[in-house]
Design a protein around this ligand. Sequence first.
Ligand code: SF4
Length: 257
Amino acid sequence: MSELTATIFNIQKFSLHDGPGIRSVVFFKGCPLRCFWCANPESQNRMPEMMWDNQLKKETIVGEKKTVAEVLQEVRKDQVFYEESGGGVTLSGGEVLLHAQFATELLKQLKQCDIHTAIETTGFADEKAFQQVTNYVDLCYFDIKHHNEEEHKKGVAASLAPILKNLTYALQTNMEVIVRIPIIPQFNDTLEDAKQFAQLFSSLGVKNVELLPFHQFGEKKYEYLNREYKMKDIPQLHAEDLLEHRKIFEEIGCVVK
Ligand code: SF4
């Protein structure tokens, strides 16, 4: 099983933002969604690809095939820091569920090493793959981009229905689930949107919510990939812009970050 491979585009060490404690974050390449605001466009295609910096006249190849054993060996180097800080390993993307078999095997081996596991996911996958992977997950950051099926399809080129099915399942397990909403101008940023999200979350029993204000950190990458960036010149949002949104989720009993 450890001969399974996946395309990984980064293993970030000493992360403090992707779960509790000090963590290593493994970024898988390949995503079934096409969010028009995506800050990691280099994560979307499953295969390795080239980024070209025209100013530095320098190319970088993004993505490298790795086996489960190679990834495990790399992240275990920091096991002592996970143990001291209450941290662990987070699988992110792209979309980790596109690599369900690989991720399941990696997570299983991490649990055998007594390492805390987290995933960051869009939830867009068939139910079997989702259930198989999350069997070995302690904490799931579950993204929801829109509350309405048609708007969801327009914004990310994929249906909301399978995502909600998997979210419903996730909330019935013992896994800790934190639902994240990226708040995107002219897509899902109104207070009416927040009320619709809150209504949906209330019906599903969502307890923990994180609001992620839109940012421009990905802009340069579109240039390096020679792709069009649809969010050029759209102002970033900040935590203080979302105080009213926050109240709407708190009113239905959610803990909001
Ligand atoms: S789900 Fe994430 S990685 Fe995939 S396209 Fe959307 S923002 Fe990008």
